[in-house]
Design a protein around this ligand. Sequence first.
Ligand SMILES: NC(=O)c1ccc[n+]([C@@H]2O[C@H](COP(=O)([O-])OP(=O)(O)OC[C@H]3O[C@@H](n4cnc5c(N)ncnc54)[C@H](O)[C@@H]3O)[C@@H](O)[C@H]2O)c1
Length: 249
Amino acid sequence: MLVKDKVAIVTGAASGIGRAIAEALARAGARVVVSDISEEGGHQTVRRITEAGGQARFFKADTSKPADNEALVAEAVARFGALHVAVNNAGIGGPLVPLGEYPIDGWDKVIAVNLSGVFYGMRYQIPAMKAAGGGSIVNMSSILGQVGFRNAGAYVAAKHGLIGLTKNAALEYAADNIRVNVVGPGFVKTPLVEKSLDAAQLKALEGMHPLGRLGEPSEVAELVLWLASDKASFVTGAYYSVDGGYLAQ
Ligand SMILES: NC(=O)c1ccc[n+]([C@@H]2O[C@H](COP(=O)([O-])OP(=O)(O)OC[C@H]3O[C@@H](n4cnc5c(N)ncnc54)[C@H](O)[C@@H]3O)[C@@H](O)[C@H]2O)c1
C-alpha cells in the first residue's frame, strides 16, 4: 500500500496510460479523482477501480481550461479532504504535418492541452498541496520531450516544455515538501497511438525500441506510482524514461 490514504488526481484517466495510473494508485491505497473530458470512459475507470475494491470518483474537467482545473482541485479537497498526489497526464497527439504547413489551430490546441493544461493543473494543485503539508506531482512528457519526431512539431515542443516547467516547479516548491517529476514513455499501446497509425507503422515503431515492442500502460503506471509515493522521497525535478531503450540509441 505505497500511497495508502493519499488523495490523488489523475487527468486523462478515461483511457490508456491515465486509466492504468488511476488503477495503480487505487490498488496502492489512494483515493483517486479520475478526471477527463470523456464521461463514459471516466465512469468506466471508476467502475473498474471500485469493483476491484478501491476508492474513486469521476470529475469532468478539460485541462485546457483554467477554471476546470481549479474546480477539479476543489472537488478533490471537498470530497476527500486534501490533495497529496497529482498526475498531469491528459494529452493529445495533434496533427502530423511538417512545420511549414502545420495548421495554426492544431498548434494552438496541442499547446493548450499538452503544455498550458499542465501549468493550469499545477497552478491550482500546488496551493492545495501546500495546505496539506506537501505532495507529489508527476507530469506526463514523452521520449519526444527529449528528441524530435518528424511532423509532430507541436507535440514535441509541448513535451519538451513540460520538462522545463517541471524543473521550475520542483525548484520553487522543494521547501514546501512538494516533489515534482516528469515521466517520458516510449510508444505505448493506447488508443492515442493505435488510432493514428496503421499496422505497418506500428510494426516500424516497435523496431525503434531496443526491447523490440511497444510499452504497456501498466509499465508506465509502475514508474508513476513509485514517483507519487514516499519511496521516491529524495527525487524531485527529475525526468525518468520508461521507453524500452528508445533514448539510449
Ligand atoms: N501512448 C503513447 O505512446 C505515449 C507515449 C508518450 C507519452 N504519452 C502521453 O501519455 C498521456 C496519455 O496518453 P495515452 O496514450 O494514454 O492517450 P489516450 O488517448 O489513450 O488517453 C488520453 C486521455 O486524455 C483525455 N483528454 C484529452 N484531452 C483532454 C483535455 N483537454 N482534458 C482532459 N482530458 C483530456 C482523453 O479523453 C483520453 O481519455 C498523454 O499526455 C500522451 O502524450 C503517450
